[in-house]
Design a protein around this ligand. Structure first.
Ligand code: BG6
Ligand code: MG
Length: 218
């Protein structure tokens, strides 16, 4: 049987780190003299750190020199790293280990496809790194989601054709990236927001082994 490669986004799919990204961006916004709301933070999902800062500065109507821009990127990440420093397995989203273990038991190739440059330390902290045959993250790509680059690299690393890959994503940009890579996109989160996904689940607790078996038989 032709194997199917499984590619997982990190933030919002494996761990609930969006809240820490939010707190770090909010701190910077407040230091620069404006508010940054949870609703605005939705725009940041799946978006690279650089692009997030550009959007944040637009929201606050702040213009920055290149030096300030670079400094604020670093400041935000220092704060984010402090938030995630003590992360542990309790912050893994529900039933993620069950799905990873189910795939691993069947020797299914698994990759991470994330925009984050902090993916590796997070997977180490929550003790899920051993499930992944390949890690593709913000350090390996030149084009951000919705460009399919991150998922195409992951498929190549798993020796899979893109059409034989499944992507789990919580961000609109990520679903679009998976679709333009020709992969099967699965939205994790609000189906109305992720309407472009081929399949939708609120979280992995809703995904039973029959559904996964169906993907494996595709
Ligand atoms: C994505 C998050 O996974 O990674 C974004 O959804 C974040 O919110 C992006 O901006 C980059 O993350 P990092 O850890 O490199 O700043
Ligand atoms: Mg995400």
């Amino acid at each position: 049987m032709q194997k199917v490669g499984f590619i997982f986004d990190l933030d919002g799919v494996i761990v609930d780190t969006a809240k820490y990204h939010y707190l770090a961006w909010k701190k910077l916004a407040n230091e620069l003299g404006f508010e940054f709301t949870k609703e605005q933070n939705e725009l940041f999902k799946g978006v690279s750190r650089k692009r997030c800062l550009e959007i944040l500065l637009d929201i606050g109507n702040v213009t920055a020199t290149q030096k300030e821009f670079d400094t604020w990127m670093i400041d935000k990440n220092v704060d984010y790293l402090a938030y995630i420093e003590n992360m542990d397995a309790s912050e893994i989203l529900p039933d993620v280990p069950r799905v990873l273990a189910y795939l691993k038991e069947r020797n299914i190739p698994i990759a991470l496809g994330s925009a984050s440059k902090n993916a590796l330390p997070i997977l180490e902290k929550v003790k899920l790194l051993h499930y992944f045959d390949s890690i593709v993250d913000g350090n390996n790509v030149t084009k951000a989601k919705p460009d399919p680059e991150v998922f195409l690299i992951a498929a190549a690393n798993l020796n899979q054709n893109p059409k034989d890959c499944v992507v789990f994503e919580d961000a609109v940009a990520g679903i679009q990236a998976a679709n333009s890579a020709g992969m099967i996109s699965i939205g994790i989160g609000d189906a109305k927001v992720l309407a472009e996904a081929k399949f939708n689940f609120n979280d992995f607790t809703e995904m039973d082994s029959n559904f996964i078996d169906g993907l494996l038989r595709k």
